[in-house]
Each structure stands twice: as C-alpha cells, then as structure tokens.
Design a binder for this molecule. Structure first.
Ligand SMILES: [Ca+2]
Ligand SMILES: [Ca+2]
Ligand SMILES: [Ca+2]
Length: 136
C-alpha cells in the first residue's frame, strides 16, 4: 500500500517536472515580458536593451531617489558578496554605472554562445533568471 502510494506520488512528480511551469521565484519568459525587454522586437534581448530595462528597474528600486541602491533596496536581487564585488568605490551602494556593470556581467554569463543577444532559452536559464532580477 505504502509503496503504491509512493509510486503514484513519484509519477505525479515526474508528470509535474515535465510541465513547463517555472519555479516560484522565477520570472516567466513569455511574449508579454519580451514586449517589454525587446523593443526592437527581433526576438532577443541585446545588452543595450538589457541596460535600458535595467535603468527603469533601477529607478523603481530607488524610492528615495538618491541615485544609489543600498543592500536593502537590492535585497533578493544582489547578495552581500556580489554587492561588494560590484561596488569598486566601496561606499556600500550601487550607482547606475555600477549597476550597469553588474547587468553586463550577468548578461555575459547568460550568453554562453556569445552572439551578443539573449534568446528566450538563455533568459530561462539560471544565469538568465539572475539577469532578469536586475532588469525586470
Ligand atoms: Ca531586441
Ligand atoms: Ca558604489
Ligand atoms: Ca545568445
């Protein structure tokens, strides 16, 4: 009886894993998202598009409008070690230039074929999801 239950549970898990449902914290990469991130509608996101979207996101994350993002404002998107690495002037916050450099770093990590653009599959990869945290 127990093993039967276990078997049906395993089957349910296997079926669930086959569905193209994203995990909870992931950004869904769909037509609506691409419309925002891909204004030239060529089906991919290039670095300029990523930075443009990042500038919009930066503004959203900076409600006190002081031009920098601190650890609190970056919570859930940039962890402490990454913030340190992305903060060469060591003031504990990221300005837009530092934020852009971090976008570029994550963009390159998400672009293993090095073709200058991210397609939907690359945006869905873990590295792509990490970039989306900064630009959407
Ligand atoms: Ca594009
Ligand atoms: Ca800084
Ligand atoms: Ca690519």
């Amino acid at each position: 009886m127990l093993s039967r239950l276990f078997l049906s549970l395993s089957l349910a898990f296997a079926a669930g894993a086959a569905l193209p449902l994203p995990a909870v914290a992931e950004t869904t990469v769909d037509a609506a998202l691409m419309k925002v991130l891909d204004p030239d509608a060529d089906g991919t996101v290039d670095l300029a598009e990523a930075k443009a979207a990042g500038a919009v996101e930066f503004k959203k994350l900076d409600p006190d409008n002081d031009g920098t993002l601190d650890a609190k404002e970056l919570a859930g998107r940039v962890d402490e070690a990454e913030l340190k690495a992305a903060d060469p002037d060591n003031d504990g916050t990221l300005d837009l230039n530092e934020y852009n450099a971090l976008i570029e770093k994550r963009f390159n990590a998400a672009n293993p074929d090095n073709d200058g653009t991210l397609d939907e599959a690359e945006l869905k990869s873990p590295a792509g999801q990490s970039l989306l945290l900064l630009i959407h």
